[in-house]
Ligand binder design. Structure first.
Ligand code: ZN
Ligand code: ZN
Ligand code: FE
Length: 765
């Protein structure tokens, strides 16, 4: 059989994941010569050998690519015959217009974990062990191309042993940019009261001892600092709450392994895969019935616990089960209430000095702060709540080709989105753009992504809300750079994001169930209970919840009792009914103020928000009168819902209005009849589901549209999502929901980008 030549181009996540060494080994195994290199769009390979061997090579590479690679395109073409002496890895060439996706940070792999605890390994108990299959990526990259001099590892010179591994294509550490060892790499130390107390292993053991003494430890991890304490120590957890100024929001937890988590929470097979996968997020798991208990204030009123397992070698050493060390740690981002997570040593020592008793620091700089991701499960699949470490900056593939564009995102749970070619780089979770620190971190991140992915926006997209900082930022840039600015309605963006993620590439409209907290409407009121008929380019508001006054604006968001009173007044019910919790909660003065605001329409904007209806019902049911974290009313109400209750409250639809008044009346009646909160909550949820189904059926009968998209913060409610999806499918609807981005405002930037692109500015089919 004559020898031939072929060229192969592979695109996707193919750099920094051990692609070239894998190709090198496979080529040798199949007796092929030629070369491989990182290039223009991915990896280029040239092969010389006989046809059967080449085919076997291709089959092997396609079926067993490197673990962390993600292949989007695999193109094979015949090439002119040329004989190579051997197979080599060629140096990459950098073309300033080219770009490549950068790998997210990867949790420690099983091989490195085994070496970490192997006494004979030269990296035994070394807190920064990593290889091509694991370790920091996005958080340490400063520039492209992804190479050690472009990372925060550039100041650590490889020792001869590490250099040998780094240059050997057969080694697991070939071109692993963060490769390091105790001889040449970063180290840890413990610091307290401005003094270095210990280094290395001693520092780790001292940190563990402090935790067991009830101290709060600031621990520098992969994407930023955590505050850690013993989750069984009631006093330590209370102190942490007090110092962080965080009263009710549940804390994330870390346990050494899955066996430990099973003592506290229900762990499905899918949950195990999620926790042990390369993303290793915080998984929201149902509390195990009759399981072991933690300090009561760790996650008050919650039905779910947020657990993660150690995803770096340092975390493995800190949580190691030994002696009487606690089996669960609180592991929460190190920041004051809603400020961004601390990530630089000097800054952490200043900002966290009143929060932490001691600091376990290291000298591997973090270039980009990244929070832990938070993931729940819908239909037994991962469903994101917060998308950050392990996921960002993995791009979303677009159903269209985009010209360079920046979508600024929204106000709460902000992400931004940079699009080019067929990729949308949706940023990691930035946070609520409510303070200067978060805004600064937003601007830095935008600049970093633009540099990393070589995107020079030629258009900008933003929310319609005139006061959002992200909107200001976008308008300013549009003006300064002379670029078009497209303003996109919040709920239209939600639905467009859901469609894009699901690769919808049709001009056909869908039914959009945009169930949300707050979004600025085209009529200047606050929307959030919207049934849209929407495509990428435009939308129609087919049904919406009847608007009610939001007495006191933001104050009514913080105090569900105010919202309940607003609904009582709208329903013509007795606002002084002492059997009702919100009436008892509000002082006479505040109740009078609310009544005034509602009657005069003063400082009481109208809202059709479904989130606010949740608040009102949570308040009427006696659960939450004043929130201590965002969406507390809805979260606590969901946690209470009795899964066996099949009854529902009426939400009749007339014209284009969904009328919540009969529902409010029914809730009040059940409260009078002392029906349990579990039943009230379930009937409320079921009422919403039934109305949503009815609205969808009505639109289908009017228009023939058969696709339904679910987006908006309310869809984080798993009681709703896990029922709505099968209900719609039973009625033969095609259902789109979020898989790659969260249904909350974290997805809005992608939707803004899609709407802007499709409005003809720069969209190409
Ligand atoms: Zn590894
Ligand atoms: Zn070394
Ligand atoms: Fe929203």
């Amino acid at each position: 059989m004559p020898a031939i030549n072929v060229s192969i181009n592979i695109q996707g996540i193919v750099q920094g994941v051990g692609f070239r060494p894998t190709v090198f080994i496979y080529a040798h195994n199949h007796h092929l010569t030629g070369w491989v290199m990182n290039s223009a769009h991915g990896v280029d390979i040239e092969l010389h050998g006989n046809e059967a061997d080449i085919q076997a090579f291709i089959d092997e590479l396609r079926s067993a690519p490197p673990k962390q690679a993600k292949i989007d395109l695999f193109t094979v073409t015949k090439a002119p015959t040329f004989i190579y002496p051997d197979f080599s890895i060629r140096d990459s060439v950098d073309n300033p217009e080219d770009f490549l996706p950068v790998s997210p940070d990867l949790a420690i792999c099983p091989d490195c974990r085994a070496e970490l605890f192997s006494t004979s390994d030269r990296r035994f108990r070394y807190p920064f062990i990593n290889c091509t299959n694991c370790g920091p990526r996005f958080s340490i990259v400063q520039a492209v191309p992804y190479d050690r001099p472009s990372t925060t590892m550039k100041d650590f010179n490889l020792c001869p042993d590490c250099a040998a591994e780094y240059h050997d294509p057969r080694d697991r550490r070939f071109h692993a940019q963060p490769v390091a060892c105790p001889v040449c790499g970063p180290g840890v130390w413990l610091q307290a009261d401005g003094e270095k107390r210990a280094e290395g292993e001693e520092a780790i053991q001292l940190a563990r001892a402090l935790i067991m003494q009830g101290k709060i430890l600031a621990l520098k991890g992969l994407g930023g600092f955590h505050l850690a304490c013993d989750a069984h120590n009631e006093q330590a957890v209370a102190l942490l709450r007090q110092r962080k100024q965080r009263s009710g929001k549940p804390f994330a937890l870390m346990a050494a392994n899955l066996e430990t988590i099973r003592r506290y929470a229900v762990l499905s097979h899918a949950g195990e895969e999620l926790l042990t996968g390369p993303q290793a997020p915080i998984a929201l798991l149902d509390v195990a019935p009759g399981g072991k208990e933690l300090a009561k204030i760790t996650a008050p009123g919650q039905k779910r616990l947020g657990f993660m397992i150690p995803y770096t070698p340092l975390h493995l050493l800190i949580t190691e089960p030994a002696g009487n060390f606690t089996d669960v740690l609180v592991m929460t981002s190190a920041n004051l209430s809603e400020e961004p997570i601390a990530y630089r040593n000097e800054q952490a020592l200043i900002n966290l000095k009143d929060l932490a008793d001691a600091f376990l620091m290291h000298n591997r700089p973090i270039n980009m702060r990244v929070d832990d991701s938070v993931v729940s499960m819908v239909q037994d699949e991962p469903y994101l709540v917060r998308r950050a470490r392990g996921y960002a900056p993995m791009p979303v593939s677009l159903p269209v080709t985009a010209e360079p564009l920046l979508a600024a995102g929204t106000h709460l749970k902000n992400t931004f989105c940079l699009a080019r070619d067929r990729y949308a780089f949706v940023s990691h979770y930035i946070g609520d753009l409510e303070n200067q620190e978060t805004l600064t971190s937003y601007k830095e991140a935008v600049a970093h992504y633009e540099k990393l992915f070589r995107i020079h926006p030629r258009a900008l997209a933003c929310d319609m809300h005139p006061d959002y900082l992200a909107t200001h930022y976008a308008s300013q840039r549009a003006e300064q750079e002379g670029l078009p600015l497209i303003k996109v309605q919040h709920h239209h963006a939600h639905i467009a994001a859901c469609l894009a993620e699901n690769q919808w590439n049709s001009k056909e409209k869908v039914i959009g169930l945009a169930f949300d907290g707050t979004g600025y409407g085209t009529d200047g009121t606050i929307w959030g209970g919207e049934v849209l008929i929407a495509g990428y380019a435009d939308f129609e508001r087919r049904f919406h919840l009847a608007p009610v006054p939001l007495p006191g604006g933001d104050l009514a968001v913080r105090k569900p009792a105010r919202m309940a009173l607003s609904y009582l007044l709208a329903a013509g019910l007795d606002p002084e009914d002492q059997a009702l919790a919100p009436v008892k909660y509000l002082s006479k003065l505040e109740a009078d103020a609310v009544k005034n605001q509602v009657q005069m329409g003063f400082n009481a904007p109208k809202t059709s928000s479904l989130g606010r209806l949740f608040d009102a019902v949570a308040s009427l049911a006696g659960l939450v009168q004043e929130i201590t974290y965002e969406a507390e009313g809805a979260i606590v109400l969901e946690a209470m819902a009795d899964p066996d209750e099949t009854g529902d409250y009426p939400l009749p639809i007339a014209g284009n209005i969904v009328n919540p008044i009969p529902l409010i009346k029914a809730v009040v009646q059940d409260v009078h009849n002392q029906v349990s909160t579990g039943v009230i909550s379930a009937r409320f949820h079921n009422g919403i589901l039934r109305a949503a189904l009815e609205a969808s059926l009505q639109i289908r009968s009017e228009t023939g549209i058969n696709q339904v998209a679910l987006s908006g913060g309310v869809w984080q409610n798993l009681f709703l999502a896990n029922k709505m999806i099968p209900w719609l499918r039973q009625k033969r609807f095609m259902v789109f929901y979020h898989h790659q981005l969260p249904p909350n405002d974290g997805c809005v930037s992608l939707g803004q980008a899609m709407v802007a692109l499709s409005q003809g500015l720069s969209a190409k089919e």
